[in-house]
Design a protein around this ligand. Structure first.
Ligand code: HEC
Length: 239
């Protein structure tokens, strides 16, 4: 019985002209995968963008714990519903000029209707759990990434000293090795989440792209100041 009604709904959605009200939540869930790198549905867990949980029918740009809104979205005077989300996913820049949401938009009306149908479920109170229970989305996509805790990094990843000289960093790790890096290939990052490195134990990690780029991840700003030292070698002929 369930199957029959589900396919009937699908048929109706496909044959009628696309409108924000007649999308297919299942197809929408697939499209929503484009959003999960920047949004979780877990209450209070903000990534690059704010958690979307519970935002259905709520005013835009007003989550108290999210501090990185653009001026435009912060001062917006509308609520999230089928109409506003339909316009937002079409082109965020057109709806709120200067928004920080870098998403190029979904062109097709039917696809927009589908994602709005999904968001109506997902952004309702308790929607984060409901979309998992209904098999629309794996739990991992709802709660956002769970990075590996860095507190237990092995010796070769644990940074003990960072020297900068000329255009280079010389990074020493707990296994005793010192490795030179071109300064443009080193990113200094902070991770203040519970998954970050332990205090005073920054960690070096490959940053992808080409093999010569690395990130050094610190647990706080003060630590960066203490660890990174401008100093050239006293050994003649070496930097
Ligand atoms: C590259 C990262 C990124 C992607 C991808 C992305 N967003 Fe966003 N989103 C953001 C950021 C950043 C903001 C805050 C924008 C601002 O302040 O202007 C935002 C804001 C929002 C808001 C408003 C939240 C509020 O508090 O009012 C909604 C709704 C939203 N996004 C939905 C989506 C949906 C749905 C998708 C996928 C179709 C998506 N986003 C894809 C980064 C992203």
């Amino acid at each position: 019985m369930r199957l029959v009604s589900a396919s009937l709904v699908g048929l109706l959605a496909a044959t009628s002209t696309a409108h924000a009200a007649d999308g297919d939540a299942k197809r929408g869930a697939q499209l929503y995968r484009a959003c999960v790198a920047c949004h979780s549905l877990e209450p209070g867990v903000h990534l690059s963008g704010p958690s979307l949980t519970g935002l259905w029918d709520k005013p835009a740009g007003k989550i108290a714990g999210f501090v990185r809104y653009s001026k435009g979205l912060k001062s917006a005077d509308f609520a999230w519903n089928a109409e506003t989300l339909f316009a937002w996913v079409a082109d965020p820049q057109v709806m709120v000029p200067g928004t920080y949401m870098t998403f190029r938009g979904i062109e097709e009306d039917q696809q927009r209707a589908d994602i709005v149908a999904f968001l109506k479920l997902a952004m309702a109170p308790g929607g984060d759990q409901r979309v998992v229970e209904q098999g629309l989305l794996p739990a991992a996509f709802v709660r956002g990434p769970r990075p590996q805790p860095l507190a237990s990094a092995p010796d070769k990843a644990r940074v003990t000293a960072i020297r900068h000289c000329g255009d280079s960093y010389f990074i020493t790790t707990a296994d005793g090795a010192t490795t030179p890096f071109w300064e443009m290939n080193v990113r200094l990052k902070l991770d203040t989440r519970g998954t970050g490195p332990a205090p005073d134990k920054p960690v070096i990690a490959g940053a992808g792209m080409q093999g010569d780029r690395v990130s050094v991840i610190f647990s706080g700003v003060e630590e960066i100041k203490r660890f990174v030292e401008e100093k050239c070698s006293t050994v003649p002929g070496s930097p």
